[in-house]
Ligand binder design. Structure first.
Ligand code: CO8
Length: 257
C-alpha cells in the first residue's frame, strides 16, 4: 500500500507509523487522518502485530490540525461532514499504541499523542494546546484527556494561555510516561513496544481495555469490571502457560490464545 503522508513499517511484532509531512511540521490534514486509519486497520487485522508505535520527526511529532485546511470551513460544512470524526476511530483502537514524541506536539498533535496508551518523549519535546490563539479551543479530546492526565489547574493554564510545556514538566505532570535523550527515542520506544508485543496479545488488549474503563466509570464499577475480566483470563491458554512457565522456571511462550 502506497501512502503519501505517513511511512508504515513492521519491525518484528511492532507496527511503526511515522507521520511524514515535513513541509507542514506533520500538520494533521484529512489525507493523513485517512492514511493513519488505513494503516491502523491493517495492523489491527494482522495477528502478528502486538503493539503499534506512532512517531513524527525530530522537529515535530505534529504541529496540530492543518490550519490551512481548516481556516475557511463554515459551521454547516464542519457539522454536516462531522469533520475529524475519524479521530474517534484512532482513539478507539484495541491494540496497545505508544506515541514516541520529539519536538512539537501542539494542538491536534498533542491530542493525537494523548489518544495513544502512553507517551514516551524525547528531551526536546514540547507539548501545548495553543488553539485559543487561533480563536478556537482543542477539538480532538484535548480539554478532556489533558485534564484527566495533568489535572484541572495545569490543563486550564495550558488551554487558556496556549503556553508550551517541556518534556521534563510533562513527565512531572503525568502527561508522559518517560523522557529519553532524543537519539534514544526510537530505539527505546521500539524496545518498550517489543516487550509489550512479546506478551499475550489478548491479555494485553484486555489490560488496555480495563485501564481505559477507569476514565469512564466509578471506582466500584471499575473494580467490578476488572474482577470480571481478571476471572475471564483464566479461560485463556496463555494464563495456563504464563503461570506454568513461572513455576517451571522457564520463559513463557504465549500463543495469543
Ligand atoms: N497547520 C498547517 N501548517 C502548519 C501548521 C499547522 N498546524 N504548523 C506549522 N505549519 C506550517 C507552517 O505554515 C510553515 O509552512 P510554510 O513554510 O509554507 O509557511 C511550516 O509548517 C513550518 O512552520 P513554521 O515556519 O511556523 O516553523 P517554526 O519553527 O517557525 O514554528 C511552530 C513552529 C511554533 C510549531 C509554528 O509552526 C506554529 O505555531 N504552528 C501552529 C501550531 C498550532 O497553532 N497548532 C494548533 C492547530 S489547531 C488544532 O490543532 C485544533 C485541533 C482540533 C480540531 C478538531 C475539530 C473538530
Amino acid at each position: 500500500m502506497a501512502y503519501e503522508t505517513i511511512i508504515v513499517e513492521t519491525r518484528g511484532k511492532v507496527g511503526l507509523i511515522t507521520l511524514n509531512r515535513p513541509q507542514a511540521l506533520n500538520a494533521l490534514n484529512s489525507a493523513l487522518l485517512n492514511e493513519v486509519n488505513q494503516a491502523l486497520d491493517a495492523f489491527e487485522a494482522d495477528p502478528q502485530i502486538g503493539c503499534i508505535v506512532i512517531t513524527g520527526s525530530e522537529k515535530a511529532f505534529a504541529a496540530g490540525a492543518d490550519i490551512k485546511e481548516m481556516a475557511s470551513l463554515t459551521y454547516p460544512q464542519i457539522y454536516l461532514d462531522n469533520q475529524f470524526s475519524g479521530w474517534e476511530r484512532v482513539a478507539g483502537r484495541r491494540k496497545p499504541m505508544i506515541a514516541a514524541v520529539a519536538g512539537f506536539a501542539l494542538g491536534g498533535g498533542c491530542e493525537f499523542a494523548m489518544m495513544c496508551d502512553f507517551i514516551i518523549a524525547a528531551d526536546n519535546a514540547k507539548f501545548g494546546q495553543p488553539e485559543i490563539k487561533l480563536g478556537v479551543m482543542p477539538g480532538m479530546g484535548g480539554t478532556q484527556r489533558l485534564t484527566r492526565l495533568i489535572g484541572k489547574a495545569k490543563a486550564m493554564e495550558m488551554c487558556l494561555t496556549g503556553r508550551m510545556m517541556g518534556a521534563e514538566e510533562a513527565e512531572r505532570s503525568g502527561l508522559v510516561a518517560r523522557v529519553v535523550p532524543l537519539a534514544d527515542l526510537i530505539p527505546e520506544t521500539m524496545r518498550t513496544a517489543q516487550t509489550i508485543a512479546s506478551m499475550s496479545l489478548p491479555i494485553a488488549m484486555m489490560t488496555k481495555e480495563t485501564i481505559n474503563r477507569a476514565d469512564e466509570v466509578s471506582l466500584s464499577e471499575g473494580i467490578r469490571f476488572e474482577r470480571r475480566v481478571f476471572h475471564a483470563m483464566f479461560a485463556t491458554a496463555d494464563q495456563k502457560e504464563g503461570m506454568a512457565a513461572f513455576v517451571e522456571k522457564r520463559a513463557a511462550e504465549f500463543k495469543d490464545q
